[in-house]
Design a protein around this ligand. Structure first.
Ligand SMILES: [Zn+2]
Ligand SMILES: [Zn+2]
Length: 262
């Protein structure tokens, strides 16, 4: 799998999905039995879920036992008094992060987000779901909503990677998914290089509920790929709260880390 991924990425830079599928099929013939774990690239994937090896599954789910993590915003490498979520209001109750934004975890989400490797949403979404189960949040939420992309960004990219992740997480958690009610109305500047306050200001008012009937009185679990300060999730939470949603939580693939950025 590791060999296939590297070759695939070099050869398929900028190409469409059909080419990638075709290339994957050829590589499958050249490197048979490539059902290897995408995290370690070494162990065969086993079990009914078939998305990650048991060693890596254990490793990912026990990251919070060894890395200090903020119980409110999910930031890895957080100080005891986390400054990231200091100014969050109560509309966003809690965010869970699956992994820190570094190493293979960063590489995998980049492959999903920028190279359109949708198949990676299976292991990543599965781990989002398992993280929610482990946290005890599952019994508290009714509906999953992915962070929407602006329509022009969606058109340009061809997909919303957060929706891919949310779909898998919803499947694992047996919860309904709503990718329609909330839309991204304003095209925001890239957040990179902006400070905390600027990010909050940049994102506020970016989202709108076009229909609140599904979210009314429901507890929501927002899903996103990477969280830096949380300004995007916070803006979503404000929109949902104003629309009459119940308690709002979030789960993201990567939260903070040594080289955090969006
Ligand atoms: Zn593995
Ligand atoms: Zn925090």
């Amino acid at each position: 799998m590791a060999k296939r991924m590297i070759i695939g990425d070099i050869m398929m830079e900028g190409e469409g999905m059909e080419w990638r599928n075709w290339w994957e099929a050829i590589l499958e013939l050249v490197f048979p039995g490539g059902n290897l774990c995408p995290f370690c690239g070494q162990n065969e994937i086993q079990g009914q879920d078939g998305v990650i090896c048991t060693t890596c599954l254990k490793g990912v789910l026990s990251l919070k036992d060894t890395i200090p993590t903020c119980p409110r915003c999910g930031h890895f490498y957080a100080a005891i008094d986390c400054t990231n979520c200091l100014e969050w209001d109560n509309s966003l109750r809690k965010v869970l992060g699956v992994v820190p934004y570094e190493g293979v975890y960063r590489e995998l989400i980049h492959n999903l987000k920028y190279s359109g490797r949708q198949e990676l949403s299976k292991p990543l979404g599965y781990l989002l779901g398992e993280t929610v189960k482990k946290s005890g949040l599952l019994g508290k939420v009714h509906l999953i909503i992915p962070v929407p992309l602006h329509p022009s960004r969606h058109k340009e990219r061809g997909y919303n990677q957060s929706e891919w992740l949310a779909r898998e997480a919803a499947r694992v958690l047996h919860l309904p998914l709503d990718g329609q009610s909330m839309i991204r109305e304003h095209f925001t500047k890239p957040q990179t290089g902006l400070g905390r306050q600027e990010r909050l200001k940049n994102m506020e008012g970016a989202f709108r509920l076009r229909d609140n009937s599904k979210v009314l009185g429901r507890n929501i679990l927002l899903v996103d790929d990477i969280m830096t300060t949380g300004s995007t999730l916070l803006a979503c939470a404000h929109t949902l709260a104003e629309g009459g949603a119940g308690k709002i939580y979030g789960v993201v693939w990567a939260a903070g880390g040594t080289k955090a950025r969006t």
